[in-house]
Design a protein around this ligand. Structure first.
Ligand code: MN
Length: 310
């Protein structure tokens, strides 16, 4: 039977407990915090913060929370150690890749791969490229516009509509792997016959899982590929990819907001629920599915809000 395991913070555990309260409860195993059964998947949480999902849709169910939790492939497997990178890696010519939007209820899933040649490293640094989490949206937009003028990159956007079509049969992990591999392949094609020293993927799953996920892809990039969590701190190419992805995501969210006629917030929180409820009242699920990743817990919350206010 398929299973998936997450490690949740006390806050997230509380949130999950509330969410699963409305689902049927099997007898909770000894020492467990709570247990629930949703559409054939059994969810069991322990005091340690481990949450175990068992059943055919285990991976999909776990994906609801994966943006807020630490994911491990199997209960017994330790979390992925960040691949140790060779000495001097930061000054290599590297194709880096990162994604944005996996944890945001509204907006697309955006993956970008970008190439930073060692000859461009100083310029990229001077333009202000650094960890995008330390940059304001305004700074990100300004830096991205500069980068777009000279950096070889590939940007892949999965609209919520498309995401909702794929997601029931494809885990978010697999979706990301396929997109990273595609974006990296596109950049390699762009800079060909020049070859980078390496490829660095901002790690979101174990390398062996990543390779399993891209197994049936036509072009599989495997040569000199490294994985590192917090990849943006290990190479400017990942930091640049992250900035471009964030920029594209923000732009897309802005145009979706215009189209929807209301502000669609980034992230997945109470403001998302309220905006989703408004869309539900306006045009039902078919309207909401154009803008939101429906498998998030926000959908159920929005339905409740829409009902109360109906
Ligand atoms: Mn990332």
């Amino acid at each position: 039977m398929a299973h998936a395991v997450l490690t949740a913070s006390p806050n997230l555990l509380k949130k999950m407990k509330e969410y699963y309260a409305s689902y049927s409860k099997p007898v909770p195993p000894a020492h467990s915090l709570f247990s629930a059964k949703k559409n054939g998947t059994t969810i069991t949480a322990y005091n340690s913060g481990k949450v175990v999902f068992q059943g055919n849709a285990a991976e999909q169910e776990a994906a609801l929370w994966s943006s807020e939790a630490t994911v491990s492939e199997k209960a017994k497997k330790k979390p992925a150690p960040s691949a140790s990178l060779p000495d001097g890696f930061a000054s290599w010519s590297v194709v880096g890749s990162d994604e944005v939007g996996t944890g945001s209820y509204f907006g697309p899933l955006t993956v970008v791969a970008a190439y930073v040649d060692r000859s461009q490293m100083e310029l990229v640094k001077e333009l202000g490229v650094q960890d995008s989490k330390n940059l304001t949206d305004k700074q990100i937009i300004a830096i991205a516009k500069d980068l777009l003028t000279f950096l070889p990159y590939s940007l892949l956007n999965v609209s919520p509509e498309k995401y909702n079509k794929i997601q029931p049969t494809m885990s978010q992990g697999k979706m990301k792997a396929v997109l990273h591999n595609q974006a990296i392949g596109n950049v390699l094609d762009k800079i060909s016959p020049h070859r980078p020293d390496a490829v660095l993927i901002d790690q979101f799953e174990l390398p062996q899982t990543y390779y399993k996920h891209i197994r049936s892809e036509k072009q599989q990039v495997k040569e000199n590929v490294y994985f590192a969590t917090k990849g943006e701190s290990h190479h400017l190419a990942v930091a640049a990819a992250s900035i471009l992805a964030r920029y594209a995501f923000l732009k897309e969210l802005e145009s979706m907001s215009k189209q929807a006629g209301l502000l669609l917030p980034s992230g997945a929180n109470a403001a998302s629920d309220v905006a989703a409820a408004k869309l539900l009242k306006k045009g039902g699920m078919s309207l909401l599915s154009k803008y939101a990743k429906l498998h998030f817990a926000n959908t159920d919350k929005a339905k409740k809000i829409a009902r109360i206010k109906a």
